[in-house]
Design a protein around this ligand. Structure first.
Ligand SMILES: [Fe+2]
Length: 386
């Protein structure tokens, strides 16, 4: 609806640019921190990236306790020992450095340092009672946008499902986006995280909750991904491509942090929960299928997506122009080596019924979808993707 009321929230500060990570110490000091609990991962520690953040903190007289025992695609159970270590350390600030795994874990830990109980108590929408300790999030991949959003996603083994903490109180105080940190990301991860970012941008742009503010960021993110993802995958040391993707990921994070995702992320949830397909691959694989389904809902916006991805749409009918969006997405997906079918990630026909059931439970995201989603629709999309 034109002119509807929309709220827009982002971190109080975003610092962007090559070398931005070196400002971590100064930002921690500005936030009043004296002892930082740094959540990172073994790969970044080995590469020396974690040590650089610790050095930046140390230069400002801030003590650091480093925790790298994170679980990739973290389960709820993996957060408890991390939160316990944070509390025991006496830290008064949390720094997250890494991909979605470290950033979501850091968000949960900062929150649990000021909220009673365990992570399970806060899985859901708006359940967090107070802001956590001050936090600084620094992404090392270009994809999740977790440094911006109010969401943190965890695997719940008992439910074979992924569940999220969603609260504006978990938006970090500072997001630091430094393209230099992404130079060492391998091509497969660059591709999957980059296509996940495209999914964020496309879904937010076409969401029921899209606003003029999120549209600005979402469309620019789509344009940047169309321009830079292929190069970032083909030549990871191309700094212009890495810079473009770092910006795209952050802009897409701003867009989903306020407009949300929809059908692609909803259908990807059970793929992650039931079959442990990684978040990036699950969403990347399903994106063109979701776009094909949704294109009818808003021909103008899907035509704009096609144009932002570089498709010539002049002279085409609105329907033909909108169709070009999914075609462009599929070509990009093929070029960067994303699996194109569910079979390629181990899914068989007998798994579809559970996947359909799981997807239909993700009502939080399906409610944002621009086209009404019936159970037959989900079944048809997954059969097509098989
Ligand atoms: Fe995502």
């Amino acid at each position: 609806m034109t002119g509807k009321v929309a709220t827009f929230r982002i971190p109080a500060q975003i610092t962007l640019g090559c070398g931005a990570a070196e400002t971590a110490g100064a930002e921690a000091k500005r936030l009043g921190g004296t002892h930082a609990f740094v959540v990172s991962d073994p790969i970044l520690q080995k590469l020396g990236a974690t040590e650089k953040i610790v050095a930046s903190l140390s230069a400002q007289g801030i003590k650091a306790t480093v925790y790298v025992e994170v679980e990739y695609e973290p389960s709820v159970g993996s957060v408890a020992p991390c939160a316990a270590a944070a509390k025991k350390s006496g830290a008064d600030l949390v720094v997250g450095l890494g991909g979605g795994t470290s950033l979501d874990t850091a968000k949960a830990v900062a929150m649990l340092m000021r909220n009673e109980g365990s992570l399970e108590d806060y899985l859901g929408i708006g359940l967090v009672k107070r802001r956590g300790v001050p936090s600084i999030l620094i992404p090392s991949t270009a994809g999740t946008g977790a440094e911006i959003t109010p969401n943190a996603l965890f695997y719940v083994p008992a439910a074979r499902d992924k569940k999220a903490v969603v609260s504006p109180l978990t938006i970090p105080d500072v997001a630091i986006v430094d393209p230099l940190l992404t130079l060492t990301v391998p091509p497969t991860v660059t591709a999957a995280t980059g296509m996940d970012a495209l999914s964020h941008a496309v879904e937010a742009y076409t969401s029921q909750n899209a606003s003029p503010m999120t549209d600005l960021y979402a469309l620019e993110a789509i344009r940047l991904i169309g321009t830079h993802l292929r190069t970032a995958v083909a030549n990871g040391s191309d700094l212009a491509a890495r810079d473009g993707m770092a910006k795209a990921s952050m802009y897409a994070g701003i867009a989903i942090g306020n407009a949300g995702t929809n059908i692609v992320h909803a259908l990807a949830y059970p793929l992650q929960g039931q079959h442990r397909v990684t978040h990036g691959v699950a969403n990347s694989l399903l994106l063109p299928y979701g776009m094909e389904f949704n294109a009818l809902s808003n021909l103008t916006k899907f035509a704009a997506v096609a144009e932002a991805l570089g498709e010539p749409i002049a002279g085409l009918s609105p329907r033909a122009a909108a169709s070009k969006s999914a075609e462009a997405c599929r070509l990009l997906s093929l070029d960067v080596g994303i699996p194109q079918t569910l079979r390629e990630v181990g899914i068989k026909a007998e798994h579809l019924a559970d996947l359909v059931e799981g997807a239909m439970k993700v009502t939080r995201l399906l409610a944002n979808n621009p086209r009404q989603v019936r159970v037959e629709d989900v079944k048809a999309i997954l059969e097509k993707a098989l």
